[in-house]
Design a protein around this ligand. Structure first.
Ligand SMILES: NC(=O)C1=CN([C@@H]2O[C@H](COP(=O)(O)OP(=O)(O)OC[C@H]3O[C@@H](n4cnc5c(N)ncnc54)[C@H](OP(=O)(O)O)[C@@H]3O)[C@@H](O)[C@H]2O)C=CC1
Ligand SMILES: C[C@H]1O[C@H](OP(=O)(O)OP(=O)(O)OC[C@H]2O[C@@H](n3cnc4c(=O)[nH]c(N)nc43)[C@H](O)[C@@H]2O)[C@@H](O)[C@@H](O)C1=O
Length: 309
């Protein structure tokens, strides 16, 4: 990728896409193409065909997707399957038809079997049953990985797949029901502190373990892999460190300064017990995360205060 290359970031208004946009702008890229979902609905095959035929991007970061936390995934099961399959089918196929030089597809750590050994190695894909709450999303993401590999094998396309762990950062979704756990906790602890509540309710048992990567670190990894990684099959992107949801809640509580207690709502799902990424392949390629969890949560909380309060 050259600084003058024509680069399309699909999903540039989202948490990840906006971080990739900032990264490319910082690196001096001058020919970046973006479209909001209102301007270009990526589920619409004809609209995507027209867009690629007229814009002819050389490089594509596919960061547009239907995304949400455990309850959103479980509730909008049809949309998570349909929207994600449509978006990725259209973008990948029309990239091929229009000679895109390289494409990066973003999957998720939920593609791995629910009870896979830990840490999750790339080769564990399709070795067991998926977590029920996000099976439709995971099936769509697995299809995207296989599509990149198939287009590489049959047509010689240099399409790569990166699997990010759970993410957080600037421009995250803070919806009370549909967000992921970290933005949900930031909102809950902030609002409880403002109201002077005695407790904050955490979904599930608090015992599942999760790994968190700051979205600007992910964008840095995406850029690095776009420059340096040209292999078939997926590559994990994470920190290689995890903690329980209870410990995460205690960390957010401490950063925000809430002085009450935690309560646990066992009617809400725990989801996968643990999904710690094995990041040895990524480290062997020369990339490691920079932003540690406490520092990243402070930055995300600042962004929440600026945009949502
Ligand atoms: N957040 C996380 O914890 C994780 C995310 N990922 C993956 O990273 C990628 C980015 O996620 P994230 O940034 O968090 O998600 P966001 O929800 O923040 O952003 C998603 C983006 O996708 C765009 N989009 C959604 N539907 C359409 C559509 N029909 N047509 C065009 N654009 C559409 C939206 O555009 P607009 O704003 O214009 O409506 C939005 O900018 C996804 O592939 C996701 O699966 C992977 C692991 C974890
Ligand atoms: C990135 C990943 O994200 C999703 O998977 P998930 O990791 O299970 O998602 P989550 O962040 O929403 O929850 C993590 C854990 O945290 C607990 N939890 C506590 N309290 C709240 C809470 O208030 N909100 C939420 N959302 N979760 C909470 C929650 O019960 C669960 O045990 C996938 O569907 C899929 O989208 C995917 O790939």
């Amino acid at each position: 990728m050259e600084k003058s290359s024509k680069v399309y970031i699909a999903g540039h208004r989202g948490m990840v896409g906006s971080a990739i946009l900032r990264k490319l702008q910082k690196e001096g890229y001058t020919n970046i193409i973006t479209r909001s979902s209102k301007e270009l609905d990526l589920r619409n095959q004809q609209a995507v065909a027209d867009f690629f035929a007229s814009e002819k991007p050389e490089y594509v970061f596919l960061a547009a997707a239907k995304v949400g936390g455990i309850v959103a995934n479980n509730t909008y099961r049809a949309e998570f399957l349909y929207d994600n399959l449509q978006i990725q089918n259209n973008v990948i196929h029309h990239s091929y038809l229009n000679g895109v030089k390289k494409l990066m597809f973003l999957g998720s750590s939920c593609i791995y079997p629910k009870m896979a050994p830990q840490p999750l190695k790339e080769e564990y894909l399709l070795t067991g049953l998926l977590e029920e709450t996000n099976e439709p999303y995971a099936i769509a993401k697995i299809t995207g990985i296989k599509m990149c590999d198939a287009y590489r094998a049959q047509y010689g396309c240099n399409y790569i797949s990166a699997m990010p762990t759970n993410l957080y950062g600037y421009n995250d979704n803070y919806h009370p029901q549909n967000s992921h756990v970290l933005p949900a906790l930031i909102r809950k602890f902030h609002e409880a502190k403002e109201r002077g509540d005695a407790t904050v309710t955490i979904w599930g048992s608090g015992s599942p373990m999760r790994e968190f990567l700051f979205a600007d670190d992910l964008a840095d990894a995406c850029y690095y892999l776009m420059q340096n990684y040209n292999e078939p099959h997926l590559i994990n992107v994470g920190t290689g460190e995890d903690l329980t949801i209870k410990d995460l809640a205690l960390l957010v509580k401490d950063i925000i300064g809430f002085e009450g207690e935690l309560a646990f709502d066992s009617s809400k799902p725990d989801g996968t017990p643990r999904k710690l990424m094995d990041v040895s392949k990524l480290h062997s390629k020369g990339w490691k995360h920079k932003v540690e969890l406490r520092e990243g949560i402070k930055l995300a909380y600042q962004d929440f205060l600026e945009k949502h309060v």
